[in-house]
Design a protein around this ligand. Structure first.
Ligand code: HMG
Ligand code: MG
Length: 321
């Protein structure tokens, strides 16, 4: 189904007059963090450089977390230093504490992402601290980041459900989003970490978020564990969201959310958005090639349905060089 101009115009926030959707590629961070096979630094660099050629505006490049917790991210400083920084592309990095921020500043990061959740249990598993301790850490990070003129994106995980505590209350998620915006995040990404969201639940959450701020401040970050991500994206668009996170070839998952599978595949998201008559500025064919490149490197099946449907001999030749 094609989104008609009236449909686009009638979307309820100011950005809805635009038919442009910003796609935030999180494959190099969210995608790789869950992979057991350690990828050599040059491959990560090549991966990000290939993504930079697709027309994306934002590529979350890595995370400066403890390698004791997330071994795949052991080389984040080297990766960040070595990637080609293409003009017009932002390369945010995920930061859990002041130590991570220091490392990111040392290598010249310009944008960071901080993260929280509405669940006490998830906070302890993911960051080894309570929600209020994590709030103090985020305040410290933000204060230091502002001194270095960094821009700050916020994440909220488990927006619909938590692997340890079950359903989350939209009002609690909304209060946390409000706090992150007040602290100085320019945008808050709402993460359905374990993919339990459905259109009805997403709609109910977004009506709560509308009370917090204009929906142009929010991104949706769907994991596709239950195959609901594209349906949820449709609901998000209908409600006025114009920023979506995704991961090429559907890589990903959170190491602290057992059973959570990858993010919605960027190829699937792009195909859907373009077919709806929306613009992203991203070349789907190039993205398909990157998806097969990284799947080959990881020696795993590409999880993108669109990526597999569009696989041609030409694509295979391009990913093998
Ligand atoms: P901790 O063990 O309590 O930290 O972990 P610590 O301060 O006691 O330090 C332990 C060791 O780690 C020390 O080393 C520190 O130096 C080192 P040692 O002295 O033993 O040799 N360390 C660090 N090293 C490098 N960089 C750092 C750093 N900090 C400490 N920044 C900590 C606390 C927060 C560090 C840990 O729990 C951690 O790294 N957690 C991150 C977990 C993670 O990355 N989870 C996935 C990201 S969130 C996500 O995926 C969800 C999202 O995608 C949205 C969604 O889908 O919902 C965003
Ligand atoms: Mg995620």
């Amino acid at each position: 189904m094609f989104l008609s101009r009236p449909f686009i115009r009638n979307l309820p926030n100011s950005r809805s007059y635009s038919d442009f959707v910003k796609v935030v590629e999180v494959g190099p961070r969210d995608g790789l963090q869950n992979e057991k096979k350690i990828i050599p630094t040059p491959v990560k660099v090549d991966f990000i450089n290939r993504l930079s050629e697709t027309g994306l505006q934002v590529i979350e490049a890595t995370s400066f977390v403890s390698p004791k917790w997330v071994p795949q991210m052991y080389d984040s400083a080297e990766v960040f230093k070595q990637i080609k920084k293409v003009k017009g592309v932002n390369y945010p990095v995920l930061i859990p504490n002041a130590k991570g921020l220091e490392k990111a500043i040392e290598v010249g990061a310009k944008e960071i992402a901080i993260f929280s959740s509405p669940s006490e249990s998830f906070s302890k598993k993911n960051t080894n601290c309570t929600l209020s301790e994590n709030m103090e850490r985020m305040k410290e990070i933000i204060c230091l980041a502002k001194k270095s003129d960094l821009t700050i994106r916020g994440y909220i995980s488990c927006i619909i459900g938590c692997p340890y505590e079950g359903s989350m209350k939209p009002a609690v998620v909304a209060a946390l989003a409000s706090a992150l915006l007040d602290l100085g995040c320019y945008e808050v990404s709402l993460g359905d970490t374990i993919g339990v969201g459905t259109p009805k639940k997403v709609k109910s959450l977004l009506s709560e978020m509308r009370e917090v701020d204009d929906l142009s401040k929010f991104a949706l970050h769907f994991h596709d564990t239950y195959g609901q991500a594209i349906g949820n994206t449709y609901t998000g668009l209908d409600e006025g969201i114009r920023i979506f996170d995704s991961s090429v070839s559907g890589l990903g998952g959170c190491p602290y959310a057992a059973g959570a599978t990858g993010n919605v595949a960027t190829e699937d998201l792009l195909y859907f958005l373009h077919e709806q008559g929306l613009q992203t500025g991203v070349d789907l064919n190039k993205m398909v090639q990157v998806g097969h490149f990284i799947s080959n490197q990881l020696e795993k099946k590409n999880q993108s349905k669109v990526g597999n449907a569009l696989l041609t001999k030409e694509t295979l030749k391009k990913v093998c060089v």
